[in-house]
Design a binder for this molecule. Sequence first.
Ligand SMILES: C=C1C[C@]23C[C@H]1CC[C@H]2[C@@]12CCC[C@@](C)(C(=O)O1)[C@H]2[C@@H]3C(=O)O
Ligand SMILES: O=C(O)CCC(=O)C(=O)O
Length: 381
Amino acid sequence: MPTPSHLNNPLYFDFRAARRVPESHAWPGLDDHPVVDGGAAPPGSPDAVPVVDLREPPAAAAARVARAAEQWGAFLLTGHGVAGELLARVEERIACMFALPAADKMRAVRGPGDACGYGSPPISSFFSKCMWSEGYTFSPASLRRDLRKLWPKAGEDYASFCDVMEEFHKEMRALADRLLELFLRALGLTGDQVAAVEAERRIAETMTATMHLNWYPRCPDPRRALGLIAHTDSGFFTFVLQSLVPGLQLFRHAPDRWVAVPAVPGAFVVNVGDLFQILTNGRFHSVYHRAVVNRDMDRISLGYFLGPPPHAKVAPLPEAVPPGRSPAYRAVTWPEYMGVRKKAFTTGASALKMVAAAAGSEDADATATAAVHQPQLVVSS
Ligand SMILES: C=C1C[C@]23C[C@H]1CC[C@H]2[C@@]12CCC[C@@](C)(C(=O)O1)[C@H]2[C@@H]3C(=O)O
Ligand SMILES: O=C(O)CCC(=O)C(=O)O
């Protein structure tokens, strides 16, 4: 059931004053699956989160990307060239933004149906429990205008937030292009093909970025509370920055478990999103992930989401479809897919199965619903 919109109001709950986790924020079933420490696992072992180092030669890096995107739908990205000093400034500015008085943050609250704004992320509307976090989503393209909602008088904090985020966006957008090229090479395209193929070039040129900042206050009873509900990202791919305090967990099958991603200073976690699963005809799969909270420390994270522009239809790339086979998914725009996801959330179905090429008939919709078990959004490639 969608939650009443007042629960999206961050003023509704004062995390700082909370001495216990109230029922409104207590999630059942958080320990359904064991949690293993991905940082303690020896490299290459089943619980070790794959690492891609961009300083490696492109062919070697592409091979690592292919393995990680096929097997995990996620990896740690190192050697990317974004300076640690810039990341430290980004984190400092985010902390400063979340420290604004509640009344200031309320002015920027996300309206119903809005992608951008302050408060719980859009996914929270599908759950009756509240998450132990506050978030702020904005489009780097309209940063200076959007941020005036938080800082109406502009001023120094506004200026440094915007300056730092603009600098970060510039670096990240360029990094996104590099990574897209690597993903395409990982699919088997050569460097020349990537440069020559019109569809691929258009994807790179039109990809849009959205930033979502998370603040997870320290929590008196972290076993009952959840920072961010388990989900897959809907777009192409996401860079997550969690360089100080860990909390991100990736779901893995056989055996079912959550793998805690270590906080590696300076590294990004890259998540494959649902539309990238569609684009790659299911060869790369989106990753089901969540964020947990802890007793002693506030945690900040940042998601830099890449996806297609709203009008673009996303369909499997011909190069990703095996010869003689038809595409596994039908073409969808991002907004259309969000509509399907909404329906999937409210009916307990899998959105990806609902856009599978065989779907579309009432029978196929029924199969999509019946075939899904917890966690709902994982579709193996
Ligand atoms: C560009 C995006 C991607 C969004 C929607 C929009 C802005 C905020 C992003 C998130 C961030 C938190 C998880 C998620 C599931 C959510 O609820 O909001 C993400 C969602 C998606 O990946 O679909
Ligand atoms: O906080 C994290 O590590 C995860 C963030 C995330 O998944 C998101 O913003 O979509």
